[in-house]
Design a protein around this ligand. Structure first.
Ligand code: GLA
Length: 499
């Protein structure tokens, strides 16, 4: 009995060993799927230099297998995540009869698939066509963003569920609410408008946007400007068609539709452009393409503040560049970004701005004091002010926060100097921003959970004497000798000091 078992075991082992490494070689086909990362092909080849392999995907193109080891019928290798900051993950590909069993992970996606052998013709048909990048160059600066751009964007409130009708209604309400006249001029469609490409490669909007040109005309007729969104990668962050391989063509399409603004979001491009130099060239490529259309475009770079983008954003034609990952509608997220991931003030000024992301005011996740901090901080930072709420249904307090002309005037101050923290005392912070008329904007923040007094001294801002002082949110002059303010929990007081 024992011998019979042993024999069986030996037979099983021999069977397993029978899968040879050569069984792995060749082209393997994933079933067609739109699920991230759009797996297409897996190829393994054995050459004189040993084994090589690549996984081809819609999102990231060809991902080379790293640290590839082949033993018997099993290959084990590392696959980089698109995000260079996430560690690579170990994958296996095991010969399994006529199929290949592939298991591994990329981002949050778990891959576990039995895939079939393909032919060289399949490999050709499904190959990822890689597109060249331009040589490094520096674009001339223009005059499109003398102050931080202001407007509205669909993303924070609507996500990818945005449509023509909503955009038109938003435009209507920007006008009727007075927000347009307060300075909010751009109506920006973020991710989610894209359909597929036609046979000529031209991108088409999806069914929610029947006629982009007509929509742009409508928005323009309201005295507003209109913005659109794309990615240097093959896919946008929400999985829509990106501009990879069609950069110049897309720029011409956006110009022909009548757009005035482009947000260009790295997304899947991060898995293709893996060095800072390549990311920069990818942004330059669109910067050049927009210029070549002859139509003025405000160009918004969104690569989450990596690679010291503030030092080169202008060179690629950018007028604003994100300094951070995505804001969320809660105090912790807003404060983490606004207080600490707001970009180096040295890089901001007329023509190019640090962008700590769009506003969440009015979306309901923060208290009024917290939203006041949000608006105060963004104004102190000379940040682009992109409304992220549904302006069709705003409470009076939301309107009051967004439309305060004195606060907006600080954000839009023509000197364009980004404010800085000048003092931190536990959970109290004092920030200052010099303004064109010689006055100083001073913000007193309380990051704590209970109200507290915050005190400043004129020397904090390099002033010997204060001639007059305005409490900006209250909209009234205050006693110029007053130095102490009670600031609510998570709240802010904004002062304008005239020396
Ligand atoms: C990224 C950007 C966001 C938004 C989404 C759209 O996350 O940072 O601002 O544009 O993509 O998918």
């Amino acid at each position: 009995m024992k011998r019979a078992l042993l024999l069986l075991l030996m037979l099983v082992l021999a069977g397993a060993a029978a899968a040879r490494s050569s069984d792995l070689a060749g082209v393997w086909l994933f079933p067609k799927s739109d699920e991230f990362p759009g797996l297409r092909l897996l190829r393994l080849t054995q050459g004189s230099d040993g084994w090589n392999g690549v996984v081809t995907t819609d999102w990231y193109g060809d991902i080379p297998m790293r640290a590839l080891e082949v033993e018997g019928g099993k290959a084990s290798f590392l696959i980089d995540n698109g995000n260079p900051r996430l560690p690579p993950r170990r994958w296996t590909a095991t010969a399994d009869g006529a199929a290949l069993h592939v298991a591994g992970e990329i981002w949050e996606r778990h891959v576990d698939a039995r895939i079939r052998r393909g032919t060289p013709a399949d490999a050709q048909r499904l190959a990822f066509a890689s597109a060249p990048l331009p040589a490094p160059a520096t674009l001339e600066t223009d005059r499109l963003a003398p102050t931080p751009p202001m407007g509205w964007s669909s993303w924070n409130r609507f996500g990818a569920a945005i449509d023509d009708k909503t955009v038109r209604e938003i435009a209507d309400h920007l006008v009727s609410s007075g927000l347009r006249d307060a300075g909010y001029r751009f109506v920006n469609i973020d991710d989610g408008w894209q359909g597929s490409r036609g046979p000529d490669g031209a991108i088409h909007p999806n069914a929610r946007f029947p006629d982009m040109k007509a929509l742009a005309d409508y928005v323009h007729a309201k005295g507003l400007k209109i913005g659109i969104y794309s990615s240097p990668g093959p896919k946008t962050c929400a999985g829509f068609t990106g501009s990879y391989g069609h950069v110049e063509q897309d720029a011409r399409t956006f110009a022909a539709w009548g757009f005035d603004y482009l947000k260009y979001d790295l997304c899947s491009g991060e898995g293709i452009y893996r060095t800072a130099a390549d990311v920069k060239r990818a942004y330059l490529q669109m910067g050049q393409a927009l210029r070549a259309t002859g139509r003025p475009f405000v160009y918004s770079l969104c690569q989450y503040g990596r690679d010291r983008v503030g030092t080169w954003g202008r060179d690629v034609g950018g007028h604003l560049w994100r300094t951070t990952g995505d804001i969320e509608d809660n105090y912790a997220s807003m404060a983490a970004i606004g207080f600490d991931k707001d970009g180096d003030p040295a890089n901001a000024g007329p023509g190019g701005w640090n962008d700590p992301d769009m506003l969440e005011i009015g979306n309901g996740g923060m208290s009024e004091d917290e939203y006041r901090t949000h608006m105060t901080l963004w104004a102190m930072l000379a940040a682009p002010l992109m409304l992220g709420n549904d302006v069709r249904t705003m409470s009076p307090s939301t309107i009051a926060l967004l439309e305060n002309r004195q606060v907006i005037a600080i954000d839009q101050d023509p000197l364009g100097r980004q404010g800085r923290r000048i003092r931190k005392d536990g959970e109290a912070e004092i920030w200052a921003r010099p303004l064109a008329d010689g006055s100083v904007a001073l913000a007193l923040f309380n990051r704590g959970e209970t109200a507290r007094e915050v005190r400043f001294a004129p020397e904090d801002v390099g002033l010997k004497k204060i001639a007059s002082l305005v409490d900006v949110w209250a909209g009234v002059p205050d006693n110029e000798a007053r130095r102490t303010w009670k600031v609510p929990a998570h709240g802010a007081v904004l002062l304008r000091l005239v020396p």
